[in-house]
Design a protein around this ligand. Structure first.
Ligand code: ZN
Length: 111
């Protein structure tokens, strides 16, 4: 079932995620390599040392402010591969209430 659902929503997710990346990177101007849409159980998104961005297709089912936050979070890892003060400062430039959203997201189970 999960695989079938993934197939169904992958294209939708890819379109939405790319639009959001374009939107936010219009502000940040970070360089990245590829975008991958994944079907994962534990992660909403990640950023690799090769500057590839990975996102869980299920972010399309989240509230917009949460999916926006996930996109911005991973985008900022292109610049800061850690969760330092500098990293959060970058995030806060486009997502002011990131602390609240981060808390909500930690409680949001990927089903
Ligand atoms: Zn992170």
């Amino acid at each position: 079932m999960a695989a079938k659902e993934f197939k169904k929503y992958k294209i939708v997710a890819e379109k939405l995620i790319k639009e959001k990346i374009t939107h936010f990177n219009n502000f940040y101007h970070f360089t990245f390599n590829k975008i991958f849409i994944k079907n994962q159980k534990r992660r909403w998104g990640s950023c690799s040392s090769k500057k590839n961005l990975n996102f869980n297709y299920k972010i399309i089912f989240l509230k917009q402010e949460l999916s926006n936050y996930i996109i911005v979070h991973e985008l900022c890892h292109l610049k800061e591969m850690n969760h330092s003060k500098r990293f959060w400062k970058l995030v806060s430039q486009t997502v002011k209430n990131y602390k609240k959203l981060n808390k909500i997201l930690k409680k949001t189970v990927i089903s």
